[in-house]
Ligand binder design. Structure first.
Ligand code: ATP
Length: 236
């Protein structure tokens, strides 16, 4: 069942035409990946879905909600939770305090405690470092905290903006395995990545985004074999 639908969306920053008739869907339970190079419009798409950027035209709907007009806090409360590019965790707070912040708007404290325990089960490295300050963690661990913090908010749809950025290949693999495990436990995932090789390994379907439009789409395994994707995004 389609839960997120973006149809013919146009976004401008002043005269810059950032999204041009962008269209894609995400079904319940899927991992969908948007692949694209620098400036393709990936972050704009994430900000559109979080209510931080408004479309000039087109349709953006999620679980019956019109994201083109919804308030960012109502979007978060509906279970659409964004892990921003560059992690943005609090460097002088501990791992545990950063995770608690993810539950800031959640009324049910027991749910928050249960989700934090789930994060520690999924990412035992964070459990070991629960009292360590965020700023002293490795890049991979900071990414795990950013993902963990989102989980504590109780996402139905997790938006991940370039989780692999700046990480060594082995760490990218670990982060992607964690994302796949979160999905296997029932959370739908929209993954935005430049690292096509890593993303296509865990995604069910993918779209290629170029200068603000989706130019190719299909099952991830098929796109990974597509000569155009291989040439532009996978190298030799
Ligand atoms: P990157 O991976 O480098 O962040 P991206 O695929 O996320 O790239 P966007 O950041 O969404 O791309 O940018 C899409 C286009 O919109 C680019 O041409 C960019 O220069 C432009 N753009 C983004 N933000 C703004 C802004 N605030 N003002 C003007 N133009 C912007």
């Amino acid at each position: 069942m389609t839960t997120l639908e973006v149809a013919d969306v146009e976004v401008y920053y002043g005269r810059v035409h950032a999204l041009r008739k962008l269209s894609f869907t995400v079904g319940e339970g899927e991992i969908v990946c948007l692949l694209g190079n620098n400036g393709a419009g990936k972050s704009t798409t994430m900000n559109l879905l979080s209510g931080l950027v408004r479309p000039k035209s087109g349709r953006v709907t999620w679980d019956g909600m019109d994201l083109a007009t919804a308030k960012p806090w109502d979007i978060v409360a509906s279970g659409l939770i964004h892990v921003p590019e560059g992690r943005r965790i609090f460097s002088t707070m501990t791992v545990h305090e950063n995770l608690l912040l993810g539950g800031y708007t959640v009324r049910d404290r027991r749910a928050v405690d249960e989700r934090i325990e789930r994060v520690y089960e999924l990412m035992p490295r964070l459990a070991e470092r629960r009292r360590q300050q965020g700023g002293t963690l490795s890049g991979g661990e900071q990414q795990m905290v950013a993902i963990g913090r989102a989980i504590v908010g109780g996402p139905k749809l997790l938006l991940l903006d370039e989780p692999s950025m700046g990480l060594a290949p082995l760490v990218v693999k670990q982060v992607m395995e964690i994302v796949a495990a979160i999905n296997a436990q029932g959370t739908t995932v929209l993954l935005v990545e430049q690292n096509a090789r890593a993303a296509l390994k865990i995604a069910h379907r993918a779209y290629v985004v170029e200068t603000g439009s989706t130019t190719l789409s299909g099952p991830a395994a098929e796109l990974a074999r597509d000569a155009r994707v291989v040439e532009a995004y996978l190298g030799s």
